[in-house]
Write a new protein. Structure first.
Ligand code: FAD
Length: 392
């Protein structure tokens, strides 16, 4: 792969909206991505392996639990800092950001928000340091966009629960030490269950042959009469709102992350267009290529503003789930479109692993589907503005 020459676009001087602390955190994550992710990520993706060597570094830059309080091992940062870290690591690769998102928002967040003090103390410091890696099991083979139909269940056996069922498409599953799993109790109420690796009847087969997020491990979670101690149930919230609360936090991070992927594609295409000579001139001198590049920076700038504002609302505790849906949907679509356009700017070189664009493009095909599909997020906006649900 070519050396990482990334220069972040900031067309509307958005740095002026950030504090010194935000910039320090962002720059540390940017520097780390350049040093530790860029040199190894293409090979990891080509070989479809998650590069475990980056786990310690992710912990050090605060990517595991950025907003989790310091007393539980988190970085205790605000929502803009969290977003900026996600932006920088997805600039490197969406799979790396996915690993961090799952760890922070889908595993640490529910234990922090819905768990008791014993659960927080037992799991959060180890998840923050990367000693434990986690995964989040909501999707099932027959229930993706409609998780409320889930059939995975727990049965009260007096001194413990029995967990049965299966989850599919679970990021980090093949190597996770701990899984936060959503299952229905006998009353049909969705409960959060902490499942530890090693529990009898719990297996995590890996999903192979993905063309997308190849540097992120994906797998199934299979529960065959798994004996769950009662202290492993998250006591403080149940119902579908519990997993959806985690998804709000993760989707917010994805909205920032997608900007990172888009910035990398734009920056790569801009540099290439200025250097590549055809018909005796740099291809950047042709109007059609300028149109592509000008539209890219316009869309990135709009997404940056939308997402910064969402971060302010999150810091004030005022962001709604529907606002988060809008940003996730807009930004991932924007990034995927930019990846496709940038790929064309590079001509044949765009399909090779010499450049990051094709990898970003393939990754974004998962990002536009997971954590609520592009269409479902549109329908959430539709519901929010009309009051009428069009998806059930
Ligand atoms: C790489 C990867 C990693 C993932 N990681 C995780 C993870 O860690 N944990 C986890 O729990 N899940 C994970 N997922 C699963 C992901 O969240 C689901 O794939 C997603 O929610 C969509 O579900 P589905 O694939 O079953 O699609 P479906 O729900 O079957 O949808 C198929 C199509 O139908 C459309 N559709 C569905 N219902 C409606 C409707 N009512 N109206 C209009 N259109 C509709 C959808 O928009 C979509 O285009 C991951 C997925 C991928 C690809």
């Amino acid at each position: 792969m070519k050396p990482d020459l990334f220069q972040a676009p900031d067309y509307y001087q958005l740095d002026d909206l950030l504090t010194e602390e935000h910039k320090l955190i962002r720059d540390a994550a940017r520097e780390w991505t350049k040093r530790e992710v860029s040199p190894i990520i293409e090979e990891a993706a080509q070989n479809a392996v998650f590069p475990k060597s980056i786990i310690n570094g992710l912990a050090e830059i605060g990517a595991f639990g950025p907003y989790i309080p310091v007393k539980y091992g988190g970085a205790g940062l605000d929502q803009i800092s969290y977003g900026l870290i996600m932006q920088e690591i997805e600039r490197g690769d969406s799979g790396v950001r996915s690993t961090a998102s799952v760890q922070s928002s889908l595993v640490m967040y529910p234990i922090w928000k819905y768990g008791n003090e014993a659960q927080r103390n037992k799991y959060l410091p180890k998840l923050a340091s990367g000693e434990f890696m986690g995964c989040f099991g909501l999707t099932e083979p027959d229930h993706g966009s409609n998780p409320s139909g889930m059939v995975t269940n727990i049965k009260d056996m007096g001194d413990h629960y029995l967990l049965n069922g299966a989850k599919m498409w679970i990021s980090n599953a093949p190597f996770a030490d701990v899984a936060v799993v959503w299952a229905k109790n006998e009353a049909g109420r969705i409960k959060g269950v902490i499942v530890d690796r090693g529990m009898e009847g719990f297996t995590t087969p890996e999903t192979h042959n993905k063309w997308s997020l190849r540097a992120s491990a994906t797998g199934e979670l299979i529960f065959d009469n798994v004996k769950i101690p009662k202290e492993n149930i998250l006591p403080n919230k149940d119902g579908l709102g519990a997993p959806l609360g985690c998804l709000d936090s993760a989707r917010y991070g994805i909205a920032w992350g997608a900007i990172g992927a888009a910035m990398d594609c734009y920056d790569t295409a801009l540099r290439y267009a200025k250097e590549r000579i055809q018909f005796g001139k740099p291809i950047a001198s042709f109007q059609l290529q300028q149109k592509k590049l000008a539209e890219m920076i316009t869309e990135i700038t709009k997404a940056q503003l939308l997402t910064w504002r969402l971060g302010v609302l999150r810091n004030e505790g005022k962001a709604t789930s529907a606002q988060i849906s809008m940003a996730k949907r807009n930004n991932v679509d924007m990034a995927l479109h930019i990846a496709r356009e940038a790929r064309q700017v590079l001509g044949a070189m765009g399909i090779t692993g010499e450049y990051s664009i094709m990898r970003h493009m393939m990754n974004l095909e998962s990002v536009i589907t997971y954590e609520g599909t592009h269409d479902i997020h549109l329908l959430i906006t539709g519901l929010d503005i009309t009051g009428i649900p069009a998806f059930k």
